[in-house]
Design a protein around this ligand. Structure first.
Ligand SMILES: Nc1ncnc2c1ncn2[C@@H]1O[C@H](COP(=O)(O)OP(=O)(O)OP(=O)(O)O)[C@@H](O)[C@H]1O
Ligand SMILES: [Mg+2]
Length: 348
């Protein structure tokens, strides 16, 4: 521009029907346009900065919403690894993280459950070893004591010696019984094929066992009756083991029933099973003991049971045998009234 001003020129050609009508030319000093341009620049710049800041803030919160739960899960995992199995993550979102947290908690539940099982089994094992040792130690100590007395002086006294030797024999028999019971239990627990099935009449073996108890019953002036409502009482099962079940149950009924008591056995044919009940009118089992009565070495009254020659293995063995036959064993009892044990065995 001749005046030395920065100008903005705009030239527009005006056409009509192919011929040029004229040319329009505008001229504007730039000083009038520049503030407008600058203000547009400013708006664009401000917008860009604001967009970047907002993006950063959003990114921060999004990443926090991901890293926080992950960190929480990591911390919980570490606490669980250290043995605090009760810890859980508290994430309730409905997205993938929420799903992950849910799976994580399920895994922790399972882990805690398994851990409790392991601890319980370990405690049972320790108890078992302690019980076995104790049960074996008692007769051994007595045997040792009698042998020492014999050595000291009783040898010369023939009558005393005979008495001591018979006591020693009694305790040795007891030891042998305990060891046999323990072997039966471990055999039942260890092998799945410890059951050797043959076909036999359940009523027949129960009659035989009852005969075997003749002496014990006569000693206590007890009555034992066996009744059945006819029907087919043939089952396929392990003869010797089933015999052991009912020997144990009848032995208990005799032991834990006072003189002149009654013991009733009854057999009933069910659809595909046979149910045998052994009922006595003896001392009964208090409610608080009923749940644990099938545990190894569990006795209601340790002293009384031991005096009667009991170790607390009989019912546990019976239960194992019945379960190995896919049967059921249950107990009903009333303190000071009597006890009824029902055994259900499948015919096949
Ligand atoms: N018919 C019963 N009446 C009352 N108590 C019973 C009866 N049967 C079992 N019990 C109680 O249950 C406990 C466990 O019985 P279990 O047969 O397992 O052991 P035990 O008779 O003491 O010893 P074992 O059978 O090994 O010689 C017994 O000590 C007794 O207290
Ligand atoms: Mg018993």
């Amino acid at each position: 521009d001749p005046l030395g001003l920065d100008m903005k020129y705009v030239t527009v050609r005006v056409d009509r029907g192919g011929c040029i009508l004229g040319i329009v030319r505008f001229a504007l000093p730039l000083s009038r346009v520049q503030p407008e341009i600058r203000s547009i620049y400013r708006i664009v710049l401000f917008g860009a900065v604001a967009a970047v800041i907002i993006a950063l803030i959003v990114a921060y919160f999004v990443s926090r919403s991901i890293t926080l739960p992950i960190r929480q899960m990591q911390e919980t995992a570490q606490q669980i690894a250290k043995g605090d199995f009760g810890k859980r993550v508290r994430i309730k979102s409905r997205d993938e993280l929420g799903e992950l947290a849910k799976s994580f908690n399920t895994m922790a539940d399972e882990l805690q459950h398994q851990m409790e099982n392991l601890r319980r089994m370990d405690r049972m094992r320790t108890d078992f070893v302690a019980n076995v040792s104790h049960e074996l130690k008692t007769p051994l100590t007595l045997i040792r004591g009698y042998i020492e007395t014999l050595e000291d002086r009783a040898m010369d006294d023939k009558k005393a010696a005979t008495k001591f030797i018979s006591i020693i024999k009694e305790h040795a028999d007891r030891l042998a019984n305990i060891v046999n019971d323990l072997l039966s239990l471990s055999e039942l627990e260890l092998s799945d094929d410890s059951v050797h099935k043959t076909e036999f009449d359940l009523k027949e073996i129960i009659d035989e066992i009852s005969l075997g108890f003749g002496h014990a019953l006569a000693d206590k002036k007890q009555m034992l009756t066996v009744s059945s409502q006819g029907g087919d009482l043939t089952i396929r099962a392990d003869h010797d083991k089933i015999e052991q079940v009912f020997v144990n149950l009848i032995d208990n009924a005799v032991k834990y029933t006072k003189e002149s008591g009654c013991i009733e056995l009854s057999l009933v044919e069910l659809d595909r099973e046979v149910c045998v009940t052994v009922q006595d009118n003896g001392i009964g089992i208090p409610r608080e003991h009923r749940e644990r009565i099938f545990e190894r070495f569990y006795r209601v009254d340790k002293a009384r049971s031991r005096d009667l020659g009991g170790t607390g293995l009989g019912l546990s063995i019976a239960k194992h045998i019945v379960l190995a036959h896919n049967g059921k064993i249950s107990i009903e009892s009333e303190f000071n009234k009597g006890t009824k044990i029902s055994v259900i065995l499948p015919k096949e």
